[in-house]
Design a protein around this ligand. Structure first.
Ligand code: NDP
Ligand code: 2IT
Length: 450
């Protein structure tokens, strides 16, 4: 039972949440971060307490868990677990990615779905929040196996999604290939052509710039934070972790904006290129990481630079860091090292890439810290634009979409300022949490008790 009281206390709130959701450590971490920002505001605005808005926001609308059975190339039957967490649809249909990775579990999907609530609110577009996926590893599978898995997964998921209900997209392990297999199956099962997934290929309703959007948005967000301080990306030494969808296009935009990307990484280690990546080298990485995914050591061999096996790039001296791989990839020691080496800004392309202790280090050092729900919202924002284009049966031009993406990232930055201004700096974390919260919370208030 969720008890009612006159004010909220973070420790009591978290104790209750942990009791209701034992062992879901990533979910606890994501909630605690938001609750720490919004509870003081909630206590000044008792209507949110009276209507139990934070309690309701931390309980998904529904969680769907299902068996996914498929046949591998040798004829063996394989079983995986599929999920869709429909978190909150106060301001629009459920919207968020699908992750295929062996580590996928309910805690990870609830943290991602919860974060999506605030991120989607910040985009200015009418999108609720959700996240899903499976503990399936597409990396070790043949293309036919990936196809059969995606079709089996969609056979069940199709019962729960739709253009006005829930619109999934990609995330780790789910790119254009997987979305295409799933959309093909959805279309066949429903016998209708509607935009129930985003991140589709351009030939069948996909949007230009969607592929680039998360990474580009992450670089734009850094550009905005620097601009606000009278600085630019020009000549800045940058570290990018990951070398998948988000990392590739973050690196591309950083280079276009004048930054020098000296490192990228993958699950096997990181590559250090002191001369900096250029378009040609980045093309090599994009090609290398398209199916089947190769290892970055091949890049190091090709371009004669150093590969650091099983290491992350945070020990290198740099001005800016763009974590674009996965959650909790920067710990306290990494954060301290980054600061010691002169890092002045972080823009989080991945979701929750910094541990709680790492975030504290960044905030104490008062460097620019663009939290994931603001800095990586460009991807879902262009997904929202894909939904609009599908609804009006039109396709906008690249320039128009890139301009819209840029404006959305500027608007997110402005919302962070509106809610995060402190005496002598902007608290982007607090700003993003509060701005994201207020819109969803007010919609929930308007609906009454449902
Ligand atoms: P991809 O699958 O395209 O790439 C992930 C990259 O991170 C790969 O280079 C992978 O290495 C590396 N990686 C390192 N450690 C891990 C790990 N433990 N688990 C998984 N990957 C790891 O994913 P995306 O680029 O799409 O996603 C990266 C991050 O960005 C995630 O946090 C995701 O939630 C977030 N995000 C993605 C959006 C999107 O539109 N795709 C939108 C907003 C956020 P290797 O190459 O060896 O596999
Ligand atoms: O974390 C994210 O915002 C995504 N994976 C993208 C979600 C989307 O619906 O485009």
């Amino acid at each position: 039972m969720l008890a009612r009281s006159n004010s909220l206390n973070i420790d009591e709130f978290m104790q209750g949440l942990i009791k209701r959701n034992p062992d879901e450590t990533e979910f606890h971490q994501a909630v605690e971060e938001v609750a720490t920002s919004v509870i003081p505001y909630i206590n000044e605005n008792p209507k949110y307490i009276e209507h139990q808005i934070l309690e309701r926001l931390t309980e998904p609308d529904r969680t769907i868990i299902f068996r996914v059975c498929w046949e591998d190339d040798e004829g063996n039957i394989r079983t995986n677990r599929g999920y869709r967490v429909q978190f909150n649809n106060a301001i629009g249909p459920y919207k968020g990615g699908l992750r295929f990775h062996p580590s996928v579990n309910l805690s990870i999907l609830k943290f991602l779905g919860f974060e999506q609530t605030f991120k989607n609110s910040l985009t200015t577009l009418p999108m609720g929040s959700g996240k899903g996926g499976a503990d399936f590893n597409p990396k070790e599978k043949s293309e036919r196996e990936v196809m059969r898995f995606c079709q089996a997964f969609m056979t069940e998921l199709s019962k729960h999604i739709g253009e006005h209900r829930d619109v999934p997209a990609g995330d780790i392990g789910v790119g254009s290939r997987e979305i295409s297999f799933m959309f093909g199956k959805y279309k066949q099962l429903k016998n209708e052509f509607t935009g129930a997934l985003t991140g589709k290929a351009l030939e069948f309703g996909g949007s230009l710039i969607r592929k680039e959007a998360t990474g580009y948005g992450c670089a734009y967000f850094m550009e905005e934070m620097l601009k606000h301080k009278g600085d630019t990306l020009d000549g800045k030494i940058c570290l990018v972790s990951g070398s998948g969808n988000v990392a590739q296009f973050a690196a591309q935009k950083i280079i276009q904006l004048g930054g020098k990307v000296i490192a990228m990484s993958d699950t096997t280690g990181f590559v250090h290129d002191p001369d900096g990546l250029n378009e040609e080298k980045l093309e090599y990485i994009i090609e290398l990481k398209t199916h089947p995914r190769g290892k970055l050591s091949e890049f190091a061999d090709e371009y004669k630079c150093k590969f650091h096996k099983d290491k992350s790039p945070w020990s290198l001296k740099a001005d800016l860091a763009f974590p674009c791989a996965t959650q909790n990839e920067i710990d306290e020691a990494d954060a301290k090292l980054l600061i010691k080496n002169g890092c002045i800004g972080i823009s989080e392309g991945a979701n929750m890439p910094s541990t709680k202790a790492a975030v504290e280090v960044f905030r104490e050092a008062e460097i620019l810290f663009g939290p994931s729900k603001a800095a990586n919202a460009g991807g879902v924002a262009v997904s929202g634009l894909e939904m609009t284009q599908n609804s009006i049966r039109m396709a906008w031009h690249r320039d128009e979409l890139e301009e819209r993406l840029k404006k959305i990232m500027q608007s997110i930055h402005q919302q962070c300022i509106n809610y995060g201004v402190e005496k002598d700096r902007i608290d982007y974390l607090k700003g993003a949490n509060l701005a994201g919260f207020v819109k969803v919370a007010n919609a929930m208030l308007a609906y009454g008790v449902i």
